[in-house]
Write a protein that binds this ligand. Structure first.
Ligand SMILES: CSC[C@H]1O[C@H](OP(=O)(O)O)[C@H](O)[C@@H]1O
Ligand SMILES: Nc1ncnc2[nH]cnc12
Length: 284
């Protein structure tokens, strides 16, 4: 069993990962964003994947999230830490801070492939708590002990992009109580739940989006990348400390997410595309 790390903007490899084997995999959903880098970190097997690909060639809507989750699960990953750059929608969440979100609001446009189900097999997973409730506190503790000013909760507003928001949108998301804004936590988090993997977010605040009228600067892609570059060591250290804290026998309800989710009966043959997901006991 291993821990997966998906690196977002500015995090294209995982410094300190040793004995790295580059694993190139296909999947029923096409190619993942790039090769999986499987190695050792803090004595555990860790598999790193760059979300936007080497050289950052995939925009948020182009990230092959189904292939990525399938590939990570197929090499034995059971927990995923998603590292991502986010804008802050709150004064108190400052650039350089870490947020470990506990909620998401979906503002994507519905064009991203966001389920493994359909095509003859129906399942509705519970998504009330979209991030793994057992892993989140461990990650928050790990980030704090790595030296980050850490916020243990927060609502991640996932927008379609690739353009940044208008001021009116930024104001609207704030009025809705959203805390941070990004473009990639969905559909990744949904797909991880369907694949019965634990999924948590290490959200690094890079900017104040565009809502602050006292600040003439607004977010830019290069400013985000600069802040992320300065925080690579922090992200890595937080992952190391999480890996150190994670018990070998860590279990969690995420690993049983399909137990009460599948509607399709056992009299129906499981279509080929869903066989990797379904155990006999998960069917009605
Ligand atoms: C480069 S700025 C916008 C870009 O950065 C974030 O990506 P990730 O979550 O992979 O770090 C944001 O969601 C946008 O995709
Ligand atoms: N302000 C912002 N909006 C959307 N995605 C982001 N990623 C980093 N900062 C962002």
């Amino acid at each position: 069993m291993s821990i997966g790390v998906i690196g977002g903007s500015g995090l294209y490899d995982l410094p300190g990962l040793t004995a790295v084997e580059e694993v190139r995999l296909g999947s029923p959903y096409g190619e993942p964003s790039g090769p999986l880098m499987a190695g050792t970190l803090a004595g555990r097997r860790v598999v790193f994947l760059s979300r936007h690909g080497r050289g950052h060639t995939l925009s948020p809507a182009e990230v092959p999230a189904r292939a990525n989750i399938h590939a990570l699960k197929s090499v034995g990953v059971r927990q995923i830490v998603s590292v991502s750059a986010v804008g802050s929608l709150r004064e108190e969440l400052a650039p350089g801070d870490v947020v470990v979100p506990d909620q998401i609001v979906d503002r994507t446009r519905g064009t991203r492939a966001s389920t493994f189900f359909g095509g003859g097999v129906v399942a509705h997973v519970s998504f009330a708590d979209p991030f793994c409730a057992r892993l989140r506190p461990l990650l928050a503790e790990a980030a704090r002990s790595a030296g980050a000013r850490t916020h243990d909760t927060g609502t991640y507003c996932c927008v379609e992009g690739p353009q940044f928001s208008t001021r009116a949108e930024s104001d609207l998301y704030r009025s809705w109580g959203m805390d941070v804004i990004g473009m990639t936590a969905l559909p990744e988090a949904k797909l991880a739940r369907e694949a019965e993997l634990c999924y948590v977010g290490l959200a690094l605040v890079t900017d104040y989006d565009c809502w602050r009228r006292d600040d003439p600067g607004t977010v830019s892609a290069h400013a985000v990348a600069d802040v992320m570059r300065r925080n690579v060591d922090l992200a890595r250290e937080a992952v190391v400390r999480l890996v150190e804290r994670l018990p070998d026998d860590f279990t969690c309800p995420c690993q049983e997410a399909l137990g009460d989710a599948v509607m399709t009966g056992p009299e129906v043959a499981v279509p080929g595309h869903a066989r990797w997901l379904l155990r006999k006991e998960t069917r009605v």
